[in-house]
Design a protein around this ligand. Sequence first.
Ligand SMILES: Cc1cc2nc3c(=O)[nH]c(=O)nc-3n(C[C@H](O)[C@H](O)[C@H](O)COP(=O)(O)OP(=O)(O)OC[C@H]3O[C@@H](n4cnc5c(N)ncnc54)[C@H](O)[C@@H]3O)c2cc1C
Length: 337
Amino acid sequence: MSLVFQRNVPLKALNTFGFDSIAERFVRLESVDDIHALHASLDENPSPLLLIGGGSNLVLGRQVPGVVAQVAIAGIECEELGGDRVRVTLGAGEEWHSSIESLLRQGIYGLENMALIPGCVGAAPVQNIGAYGVEVKDRIEAVEVYDWQQRRCFWLKNADCEFAYRDSVFKRHYDRYLITRVRFLLSRVAECVVTYKPLRDAIETGLEVSPQAIFDAVCRIRREKLPDPVVLGNAGSFFKNPVVSMSQYETLKAKCPNIVAYAEGDGFKLAAGWMIDQRGWKGFRQEGVGVHEHQALVLVNYGKGDRRQIEALAGMISEDIQVHFGVQLEIEPRFYP
Ligand SMILES: Cc1cc2nc3c(=O)[nH]c(=O)nc-3n(C[C@H](O)[C@H](O)[C@H](O)COP(=O)(O)OP(=O)(O)OC[C@H]3O[C@@H](n4cnc5c(N)ncnc54)[C@H](O)[C@@H]3O)c2cc1C
């Protein structure tokens, strides 16, 4: 069957900021055949291409030229490897949170700390999503990609994905790969990661240490801390936590003794939210956007916001942090176009 392209498709429900945005052409990719068909169509009619999953890490402009392709490849396969290990292969279009829920129900563990992160499986490796002490790279065996240059699918081993903090080869080369499936190495035995402070605190006050209890606690804490995009448009953390050298950290610590930071490699990862909060941005509003009242790292759309307004606000915050702390903030979501 040939691909169905729709014209002038509203993307408001397909980006968690809830920005009014129109895709010139929109198509759903449900199989590798669909990808080949899209590639052939782009050969005939070259145009820009945006891949989209759940739109929870995107800042979209009002008009999105060319093609927006929603990767909707389904599938969940589990292969027992002996011992307690299970190899799980998920289609890129599977919803991330419900996949974790479904695996938990089957007694397959390892992803529960990343519960309730919005979006699809295919986008998880793109920025190496992470939460509550676990990054997705810790659980990925390999990522299946369609390579636009070679016009074929193949598996990239974990080591070839160049994973780093909120980064990967996929994020650095948006135009090279389309992720079709992700393969995880998980376990039938609980290996709970409880290094993250809010989880340690919950354990001290009686939380049971089991995958289901961690899943429930992560969901509860996240619901308390983060605005629900259905109610208030946002893309989660808007800035990455900057990593600085030991000497830069010591200089900052002398100036701001309460600075919140964690050892990271040879340097320190600074809590961007703490710095933004210290500068009094929490609750700040400008035009239709603002900084969330309880979470300084989250920029929100109060309903009438748009990409230009978010960009302007992010620029003001970044400049202030640069002037006051001498630290350059880096934006986490992708602006498009
Ligand atoms: C409330 C909230 C909380 C969040 N919390 C976290 C968190 O704790 N940790 C965290 O790391 N992130 C978090 N995020 C960010 C976001 O949810 C993740 O980055 C998520 O993986 C994005 O998935 P998506 O399907 O929505 O991707 P999209 O926003 O649709 O796309 C993100 C990027 O990936 C590309 N892409 C999408 N699908 C594919 C594919 N199949 N192949 C190749 N490229 C593709 C897109 O082109 C785009 O560049 C949060 C966001 C929100 C709104």
